[in-house]
Design a protein around this ligand. Structure first.
Ligand code: GUN
Ligand code: ZN
Length: 441
């Protein structure tokens, strides 16, 4: 350790996953130390394990923070969320297509104003951190400045963020439309300026098949081929009216999924929000392309879109890679805990019980794997970036009361937290070793 290294030690209950609990015996999928310690050197995790073993060896040369009875986890990851929709959340009364027109497209037009975009990026990132979320894959608006200002704010906070400009050249208000050619130039400029800069990555973001012409989807595919390390994010098969519209716009396509495939948009770095109304051939195609189906349960329920069929998508021999996300502002909470609570209920409606180990794995390492970032985030393994969240198990009287009934057993504690927890539980959020959010009390 050099003399300049800033060493911190966080003591508390420490949990980190190493494997998908669905694929091996659940107890072997994680490490958990009831009195644990995470040692951070500057921005990375140096040591993790039992406090009794680690603390004496530090010789008092670390700034110690003790979080008695708190749970220290890797920061949560939200792989599908719209930062321009902070004021669209909780908009009454309609399903996807009407909701887009009545609320979302109206709000997104305001992002031609850089001041509005900047203020919203600040608010949005504050919300993520207050909810323990340290990485997200984010839709911006069609305006390149909305991406610039988002990345600038994320970069100032040293956050691991993925984002992209929505590409839309039809079926939207004129103020929100670009053209295929303009989007090519703008995306290329944004990729050149931001992709792989500090902790940022670019996502080519055709909004969905309805708002892009074939020419623009072709451009999106070309961008993906020209920049193999960028992501692709879009929406797929969220709502039945949407699916029918795609069918009428692309009458030759075998399916909605096949539309994206035809333009080279499906691959292991493709994040597809929703994936509810899929036929068998589409599931096979997603499996074959190793694309990611992003489950957005609070949004799907709020907009009445349908029930994500986890068991069907995970079925052998063609399991699809899964991620779990908020989809704010269709989604109704920034909290990944609330998102996992809703996921649990949706799985129940489909006759499948989502274990708390699966839920906490998915919010951390599972989502990191979906983003191919598990070498850096989603885990407390030494060498990882020190992006983490400290959750207060006594955040509410109800949580204390309910967790008491778990008698210290991890599975019971996690399940109570998954179902009853929210942003009130976030005691602190660390980003690259720095405390980026601290709860007021
Ligand atoms: N499909 C196309 N755009 C959107 C959006 O902004 N939110 C949701 N939930 N679905 C979409
Ligand atoms: Zn979305």
């Amino acid at each position: 350790m050099s003399t300049e290294t800033q060493r911190k030690a966080l003591r508390g209950r420490v949990l980190t996953f190493n494997e998908d609990p669905r694929l091996i015996e659940a107890g072997a999928s994680y490490d958990y130390w009831e009195d644990g310690c995470v040692v951070i050197d500057d921005d990375r995790i140096a040591i993790v394990g039992d406090a009794a073993a680690i603390l004496p060896a530090l010789n008092g040369k670390a700034e110690l923070a003790t979080f008695t009875n708190d749970l220290i986890l890797p920061g949560f990851i939200d792989p599908h969320v719209h930062y321009p929709q902070t004021r669209v959340m909780a908009s009454y009364g309609s399903q996807l297509m009407d909701w887009l027109e009545r609320y979302t497209f109206v709000e997104e037009q305001k992002f031609s104003d850089p001041e509005h975009a900047h203020a919203t990026a600040v608010f949005f990132l504050d919300q993520l951190l207050a909810n323990g979320t340290t990485t997200a894959s984010v839709f911006c608006t069609v305006h390149p400045t909305s991406v610039e200002l988002f990345f600038a704010e994320a970069s100032a906070r040293n956050l691991r963020m993925i984002a992209g400009k929505s590409m839309m050249d039809r079926n939207a208000p004129t103020e929100l439309m670009d053209t295929a050619e303009a989007s090519y130039v703008e995306c290329n400029e944004l990729i050149g300026r931001w992709h792989d800069r500090s902790r940022l990555a670019y996502a080519i973001t055709p909004r969905f098949a309805i708002t892009s012409t074939e020419a623009q989807l072709d451009i999106a595919g070309r961008l993906a081929a020209e920049h193999p390390t960028v992501y692709v994010q879009t929406h797929l098969a969220e709502n039945l009216e949407e699916v029918a519209t795609v069918k009428s716009l692309f009458p030759e396509a075998a399916s909605y999924t096949a539309v994206y495939d035809r333009f080279g948009l499906l691959g292991p770095r493709t994040l597809l929000g929703h994936c509810i109304h899929l036929d068998e051939s589409e599931i096979k195609l997603l499996h074959d392309r190793a694309a990611i189906a992003v489950w957005c349960p609070t949004s799907n329920n709020f907009l009445g879109s349908g029930l994500f069929d986890l068991a069907r998508l995970q079925e052998e021999p063609k399991p699809v890679r899964i991620a779990l996300a908020t989809d704010v502002g269709g989604g109704t909470s920034y909290s990944m805990l609330q998102t996992a609570a809703e996921a649990y209920k949706v799985a129940q409606l489909k006759g499948r019980s989502l274990t708390p180990f699966e839920a906490f794995y998915q919010m951390t390492l599972g989502n990191a794997r979906a983003l191919q970032l598990d070498h850096e985030i989603g885990t407390l393994a030494p060498g990882s970036m020190a992006d983490l969240v400290v959750l207060d198990l006594d955040a509410t009287a109800n949580l204390t009361h309910r967790i008491d009934a778990a008698h210290g057993e991890l599975e019971g504690i996690l399940f109570a937290l998954q179902i009853l927890g929210d942003d009130r539980c976030t005691r602190a959020t660390y980003v690259a070793g720095r405390e980026a959010f601290t709860r007021a009390t």
